[in-house]
Design a protein around this ligand. Structure first.
Ligand code: SF4
Ligand code: ZN
Length: 98
């Protein structure tokens, strides 16, 4: 459960960064809020324990449109974190620990 909580936190942070940098709004825009809500539901319903990283998962429970969106968010915000030396967040992202 702890891992899912950590992943939910990472998900939220990464979508917040993506929206702020790409959509230039202070709060989440409707599209990003929708993505976060969708990803949160998928995470809660995930049948795996321990849970693999979604990008390595063979089930791929995301609908294709959402999968594309979350991939774009993870890539963009992952790079954003690297550029700012936020290795603590990258640790969550790549290893799913926390
Ligand atoms: S893609 Fe796989 S790992 Fe990710 S939430 Fe869905 S079932 Fe779980
Ligand atoms: Zn947005």
């Amino acid at each position: 459960m702890k891992t899912k909580d950590a992943e939910a936190k990472t998900l939220t942070r990464f979508i917040e960064i993506y929206c702020r940098e790409k959509h230039h709004v202070l709060a989440l825009c409707p599209a990003c809020a929708d993505l976060l809500s969708y990803a949160g539901k998928r995470l809660k319903a995930c049948p795996y324990d321990p849970k693999p990283k979604c990008k390595n998962c063979l089930t791929h429970c995301y609908l294709p449109a959402y999968r594309d969106k979350i991939r774009a968010v993870m890539k963009f915000s992952g790079m954003y974190m690297i550029k700012r030396g936020r290795l603590d967040w990258l640790f969550h992202y790549f290893l799913g620990k926390g």
